[in-house]
Design a protein around this ligand. Structure first.
Ligand code: F6P
Length: 544
């Protein structure tokens, strides 16, 4: 048994869960007319309502005791101080510096001058592209940006660019290619004019197989369309920590945007990895995105834990995962602009906290990072919500919605929000057998039909959710929302005593793919693997 699961705070929560599991949420609401006020928090224009979670004041006190026991405040301070909290890679985790305005030291050096230098380089580059001063090889203005990257070098900027579409007012359209499947690049290039297209090759390491393959194919395409070798410099930029590899690829060093090993890939959208976003929405809006995150960082670093949004969001997740046995977490944005948010959070949460050993290398005996998934409402309602309402799994859910839409269209936004609120209400309150019976009787159904149908129509309720409402999806609010989830992930990692900033679990597959690529290119049949893998390789070779 680990020290965590035997600790006083953990054991107290386990005992308390047995009590709370007997409570009906709708009864808790009936008993306390101030439940919403008591169990919701605000930060700027973000309202976080967690009153539909199975909690009372004692739950919060016990969760906070767990946070104190696990030294949450100490770890928050260490992150902000630039300590090397990513211990397996001996690195700091300083995404907060990318949007900061105060000196931050790591290895005795203030990182802020370098951060500001790259932001200034981005400003010059963005202005030159947007004004047409830096044009394509025929002299025409660049109109399309293709970001080639994967994982953190794709999901963050792609999600943000999409979410901020109303701010694409600079005549530059961003596109994102990540998959090594040739379909991805080909389908995007089919629509583009090489003379007006700029490729941004985004890769922290500049060694990622998928990204380099796509980058080489993009280069080949440009040359095949009439551009010369000398034109490459006008059409390629790179964002990376690996200057040598960027130069080897042939990208003009003036078009290379640096970032640093203290920025994790999935935490990098605030760095020059955000370049396609800045090109589409302008530097002013990019700065607003950073400012939103910076304010949330301040809140995280200074607010008391019980009033701290990321802390409470993280602790509620712990309550669900470790004490109520939630098997997954649904992220349900009632905002079409956030349709890539669940995919972005999948990497953030699952790559960060999908770990099976503690910081000290001990195997854990408790659940850590959960499965994150989701789709925008209302689409999800007509697909998987059935399982949320009546299935046998415990799924916790976050609803996210703006009060104002960027796209006022008739009564659409009211309808959207009505559905959002209706779903969390239905999940929480359910529908009792008595209510179902009354309804069917009123409809005039006979006794036999009522008996037969009743069990199918009952909703047990008590399905937990948290709702995040914000005024409008502006760059500032989006920055704050993303930072909220980044810090939530950190809070949970501290409770679980795991390192959220490494990702060793992705290495084995990469290594084996290299070997198998060689097998696929050889004449001889593969024999070096297990029978299944050999069989699949050889089947592919004979059908390719
Ligand atoms: O394979 C996982 C990963 O290393 C992610 O952590 C990272 O965001 C992604 O690959 C891309 O890596 P890079 O930016 O170095 O190409």
């Amino acid at each position: 048994m680990s020290t965590l699961t035997q600790s006083p705070a953990w054991l107290a929560l386990r005992a308390h869960q047995m009590v709370m599991a007997q409570q009906r949420l709708r009864t808790l609401f009936q008993q306390d007319s101030r439940r919403f006020e008591k169990y919701s928090l605000s930060f700027d224009d973000i309202l976080m309502d967690f009153s539909k979670q199975p909690i009372n004041q004692e739950t919060i006190d016990l969760l906070l005791a767990l946070a104190h026991q696990q030294q949450l405040k100490y770890w928050i301070d260490r992150m902000f101080a630039g300590d090397k909290i990513n211990s397996t890679e001996q690195r700091a985790a300083l995404h907060i510096a990318l949007r900061g305005d105060q000196p931050v030291y790591t290895d005795g050096e203030d990182v802020m001058p370098a951060v500001k230098r790259v932001l200034s380089q981005m400003t010059r580059f963005v202005s030159a592209i947007q004004s047409g001063e830096s044009a394509g090889y025929t002299g025409k203005k660049i109109t399309d940006i293709v970001n080639i990257g994967i994982g953190g070098s794709d999901l963050g900027p792609a999600m943000v660019a999409d979410a901020l579409k109303p701010y694409w007012t600079h005549g530059v359209i961003p596109h994102f290619v990540s998959n090594v499947d040739g379909a991805h690049l080909s389908q995007i290039l089919q629509r583009l004019d090489p003379a007006t297209t700029l490729f941004v090759i985004a890769s922290k390491t500049f060694t990622t197989q998928e990204t380099l393959a796509n980058a080489h194919s993009a280069r080949t395409w440009l040359l095949a369309q009439g551009a010369g070798e000398n034109d490459i410099a006008r059409h390629f930029a790179a964002v990376s920590t690996n200057r040598v590899a960027v130069e080897q690829f042939g990208i003009d060093p003036d078009n290379m945007f640096e970032f640093w090993d203290w920025v994790g890939g999935r935490y990098s959208l605030w760095s020059a990895i955000g370049l396609p976003v800045a090109l589409a929405v302008g530097m002013e809006n990019f700065h607003a995105l950073l400012a939103g995150a910076r304010e949330l960082d301040r809140h995280f670093a200074t607010a008391p834990l019980d009033k701290n949004l990321p802390v409470m969001l993280g602790l509620i997740g712990i309550w669900q995962i470790n004490f109520f046995g939630a098997t997954s977490h649904a992220v349900l944005p009632y905002d079409q602009s956030l349709h890539r948010f669940p995919a972005y959070l999948q990497q953030l949460e699952m790559e960060s906290n999908g770990k099976g050993v503690t910081r000290d290398g001990e195997r854990v005996d408790y659940s850590t990072g959960t499965i994150v998934w989701g789709e925008p409402g209302t689409n999800g309602q007509h697909a998987f919500f059935q399982l949320l309402h009546q299935g046998t799994q415990t799924v916790s859910a976050d609803f996210l919605a703006p009060c104002r839409s960027h796209y006022p269209l008739g009564n659409h936004h009211r309808m959207l929000l009505a559905n959002c609120f209706a779903q969390s209400e239905a999940l929480m309150a359910g529908k009792s057998a008595h209510a179902v019976r009354m309804e069917m009787e009123a409809q005039g159904l006979d006794a036999e039909s009522i008996r037969r149908l009743l069990p199918h129509k009952v909703f047990v309720g008590d399905r937990p959710s948290t709702t995040l409402l914000f005024n409008q999806l502006t760059p500032t609010t989006l920055g704050a929302l993303i930072a909220l989830y980044e810090h939530k992930v950190f809070v949970q990692s501290v409770i679980w005593n795991i390192n959220p900033f490494d990702q060793w679990g992705v290495e084995l597959g990469k290594q084996l793919a290299g070997d198998i690529l060689n097998d696929l290119s050889r004449e001889q049949l593969a024999t070096a693997h297990d029978a299944s893998t050999n069989g699949l390789i050889n089947h592919f070779k004979s059908h390719h």
